[in-house]
Design a protein around this ligand. Structure first.
Ligand SMILES: [Ca+2]
Ligand SMILES: [Ca+2]
Length: 260
């Protein structure tokens, strides 16, 4: 073999080895990362992506349209609904494998992830014991005898220690048979007689400002064996609701991502 030809063969072999090596080092880790990324949809008003320990709002039309005809795990009102293809338009539409439309009625939560997400079912009931609600009102210089347009509580074991925590959502926003000077909206958790605030908003009332908070989804979104929660605050009429994802730690609740 001529020396010149051998040189070319060696160069080509080195390049091939280099290419395979680069794929093994970077390509596989990128593929793994893409597989590990999680996409969640909160109704038709928030699309969040979780990858490399970071949350991101998915808002560009290109990225959103990439989700169309992808299969998601669907929950309606915190109950498992099935795996369906999604299509986003003026609202979120669901289709079965034959692309026939599937109707749903209620709060929709959808996820696509490289793991089975642990979603905690819960039910909400009307508040009967107002003692913690009154404490919060007094702490904000509001009358403990205030009227409400919303006063609900959900009892569930958020931190998985075998004892239930109580999640309160209270508000006097959008009242039509009484007119308070100030509106208020609070969402808080009570654990061991201690109040942990999630959302607090007090302002001058003009009848249509503020929002009504609602516990939306509780799940281990990032697969670290601890629950996070999504709180949605519904605004007046057809304005886009505020959606926030919270993590609970030593410092209380912290917002990881919000759609506004
Ligand atoms: Ca607990
Ligand atoms: Ca978690």
């Amino acid at each position: 073999m001529k020396k010149g030809k051998l040189k070319y063969i060696i160069i080509i072999v080195v390049l091939v080895i280099y290419g395979v090596g680069m794929y093994l080092v970077f390509g596989i880790s990128e593929t793994k990362e893409r597989k590990a990324s999680t996409t969640i949809l909160v109704g038709d008003f928030a699309v969040w992506n979780y990858s490399s320990r970071d949350w991101m709002n998915v808002s560009s039309q290109n990225l959103l349209s990439e989700l169309n005809w992808q299969k998601f795990n669907i929950y309606v009102d915190n109950q498992y609904f099935g795996k369906y293809l999604i299509w986003q338009d003026d609202k979120l539409y669901l289709f079965d494998d034959d692309r026939k439309p599937v109707n749903y009625d209620g709060n929709l939560f959808a996820y696509k992830a490289g793991f089975d997400m642990n979603v905690l079912p819960f039910t909400v009931s009307d508040v009967t014991d107002y003692s913690y609600v009154k404490e919060v009102l007094l702490n904000h210089n509001l009358s403990p005898d205030s009227q409400f347009t919303l006063a609900q509580v959900a009892s569930l074991d958020f931190d998985q220690d075998g004892v239930n925590e109580d999640f309160y959502t209270v508000s006097n926003a959008f009242a039509d048979d009484f007119f308070p000077d100030k509106y208020f909206s609070f969402a808080f958790m009570v654990k061991d007689n201690r109040i942990y605030m999630l959302y607090e908003d007090v302002d001058t009332n003009d009848g249509v400002n503020g929002c009504k908070p609602s516990l939306y989804t509780i799940a281990d979104f990032d697969n670290d064996n601890q629950y996070e929660l999504i709180l949605v605050c519904y605004k007046y009429s057809n304005q886009t609701p505020l959606a926030m994802l919270y993590e609970f730690g030593d410092q209380g609740f912290k917002i990881e991502i919000s759609n506004q």
